[in-house]
Design a protein around this ligand. Structure first.
Ligand code: SAM
Length: 247
């Protein structure tokens, strides 16, 4: 065990927070059980992974992986009149696949992402008024009462602990604001009240955990639908599409 711990320490130092950090954390946690699961993916890991993936993202996700994030967000909006009246944030906007879903509701549509290459692809779509390269929690910290609608499709796979993020989203929303997002689930039944890091380096969340954090942050849950998010290794990756409001 001591040798494994030394090996993990060396790998962490050499890897400097970039490419395989989340996978490394996963295996370290599995092997050593020390310190529990890291609370979120490092900025370096997210930025490098997303930059590397950006140019193939749409083909991979929409084609091979049958990605349904934007469709699930559209489902949560179903029935609402698209009045172009909202200030909207697409948190972790990636290449902007949710742009066409959110644009009809937006007076101003802002996309935020850590990856410059993802943002460059989003810019080509022409749906966004602003595209900002920033870490999400850092961005939200200065944006109290700024939005009517915040959407995060498949972004929370990079966050384990949701407490700080949901609290910041809550503060960034105005009265009767809407928060729409997806999480990946498929956790073991015993872990429904928590979150876990998978070998893929992505986080999964239990419904009970998400519910509890939303309520503590001051949200009222309006919809919580189970659905398939995309494929993973040929299997369906299951998740939840959730809408919550501020009072
Ligand atoms: C799986 S992609 C989903 C992109 C888009 N929402 C969609 O549905 O196509 C997740 C995106 O979130 C971004 N992201 C993850 N964590 C982030 C953070 N802490 N701050 C800013 N962007 C983040 C990643 O760079 C990536 O582009």
């Amino acid at each position: 065990m001591a040798r494994v711990a030394t090996m993990v320490k060396t790998l962490r130092e050499q890897e400097r927070g970039h490419f395989c950090r989340s996978q490394l954390d996963y295996w370290a946690t599995m092997m050593l059980g020390n310190g529990g699961v890291p609370t979120r993916a490092s900025n370096g890991y997210v930025e490098k992974t997303s930059d590397d993936y950006a140019d193939n993202f749409d083909d991979q996700l929409l084609g091979k992986l049958s990605y349904r994030g934007p469709e699930l967000i559209a489902g949560l909006l179903g029935g609402r009149q698209a009045t172009k009246a909202f200030d909207v944030l697409d948190g972790g906007c990636g290449t902007g696949l949710c742009g066409p879903v959110l644009r009809p509701y937006a007076r101003r549509l802002t996309g935020v992402d850590l990856s410059a290459r993802m943002l460059a692809n989003a810019a080509q779509r022409g749906d966004y008024d602003d595209l900002v390269k920033s870490e999400l929690t850092a961005y939200l910290r200065g944006r109290f009462g700024s939005f009517d609608l915040v959407a995060m499709a498949d972004t929370l796979i990079y966050f384990g602990d949701l407490v700080e993020l949901f609290s910041l989203v809550r503060k960034s929303l105005r009265q009767r604001g809407l928060f729409l997002f997806t999480v990946e689930t498929s956790l073991a039944p015993a872990n429904q009240d928590g979150f876990g890091l998978c070998p893929s380096g992505r986080y999964r969340h239990g419904a009970g955990y998400v519910d509890g954090v939303l309520q503590s942050a001051g949200f009222n849950i309006v919809q919580m639908h189970e659905g398939v998010l995309r494929k993973e290794f040929g299997e369906s990756a299951h998740g939840l599409a959730i809408s919550a409001t501020t009072s």
